[in-house]
Design a protein around this ligand. Structure first.
Ligand SMILES: [Fe+2]
Ligand SMILES: [Fe+2]
Length: 330
């Protein structure tokens, strides 16, 4: 390593400027980013499943259209993030394989099942709400392509949170049964949402370094507190009870005190022992295998287009043009 390169890197970070793909960066910085961005991309893609499960059963046409758009947004988030990871010298296909064989993780929250329609509301309100609190600071992350991807993602996440809030708002103004369904969903999603911020600072392994590199701006516990402070007044508007008897406002600190999530459960779910881990990965593997022909066709088409372009520029006749619609389909 050249010390001038190291100095330039550190000066860029200290000046709060961005590191770009062609800039020199320490290997550990690159590896940390690949791990974090890939894990984030996988979470977006796996996260389509619990809600996708409800698209066909959404209670009205409008709810169906909104949920469909939301789940498609998550696919888009996955794609921006895989593209950002590729600028660090890994291929999307390689990352996908690392997800499928368990070498890379995704957010533990998506290993919980969606049992009722109110779960779709609770996910939008709490899970997308936690995602916003986690992700807004990433818009100022030191790695340029990741920071820029996050700006657009965060705009869409605020729509996601509102649609979840709106579902719960409608239910809590409905029948007793609908109110009970909304409360039950909030009861089940509250602690898994708090766990989305990761282990407590005292035992978090990556925090210190990521903060020094300005990949991460705030610690897990800081963001968890920010989330609780944001959610409590919204719960009051909704008229739902957050399932924590210890929840109380501390006038001295200006923050809500709360019971932390069960971190043993978080680690169990991360290591594959959550309620839906197997189902999520099996579904993803099947989708990957069933999509193989699409990837192969795209590669074959790109090769033909490149060969045609090359033959046109050299003036020789290239391979025959492929019909726009394959014969078998037409
Ligand atoms: Fe997302
Ligand atoms: Fe979202």
């Amino acid at each position: 390593m050249d010390s001038a390169e190291q100095e330039a890197f550190e000066a860029t970070i200290a000046a709060d400027s961005t590191i770009e793909p062609r800039d020199w960066m320490p290997e550990e910085y690159r590896r940390t980013l690949i791990r974090q961005i890939a894990q984030h991309a996988h979470s977006e893609i796996i996260g389509m499943q619990p809600e996708g499960n409800w698209i066909g059963r959404a209670p009205t046409l409008a709810r169906k259209a909104i949920l469909l758009a939301k789940v498609q947004d998550e696919a888009g988030h996955g794609l921006y993030l895989y593209a950002a990871a590729e600028t660090l010298g890994v291929s999307r296909d390689d990352l996908e394989r690392r997800l499928l064989d368990g070498r890379q993780k995704y957010s533990s929250i998506f290993n919980y099942p969606t049992l009722t329609w109110a779960d779709v509301g609770a996910i939008g309100w709490l899970v997308d709400g936690a995602a916003i609190v986690n992700q807004v600071p990433l818009c100022r992350c030191s790695y340029g392509p990741y920071a820029r991807a996050m700006i657009r993602i965060c705009k869409e996440e605020s729509f996601h949170q509102r649609q979840g809030f709106d579902i719960l708002y409608t239910l809590t103004r409905g029948t007793d049964e609908q109110r009970a369904m909304a409360q039950d969903a909030v009861d089940r999603w509250w602690y898994p949402s708090l766990a989305m911020f990761g282990p407590p600072d005292a035992i978090s392994t990556h925090t210190e370094r990521s903060m020094a590199w300005r990949i991460k701006r705030f610690s897990n516990d800081h963001l968890r507190q920010k989330f609780v402070d944001m959610i409590v007044p919204q719960a009051e508007v909704l008229g739902v009870r957050l399932p924590d008897p210890a929840l109380r406002f501390n006038a001295k600190t200006g923050h809500w005190e709360f019971t932390p999530p069960d971190y043993d459960e978080l680690f169990a779910v991360i290591s594959g022992r959550g309620p839906a881990n197997r189902q999520r990965l099996t579904h993803r593997r099947t989708a990957y295998e069933e999509g193989a022909w699409v990837r192969e066709a795209a590669v074959a088409y790109a090769a033909k287009a490149a060969a045609r372009a090359a033959s046109q520029s050299s003036g020789t006749a290239g391979p025959p043009r492929a019909p726009a619609v394959p014969d078998e389909v037409a």
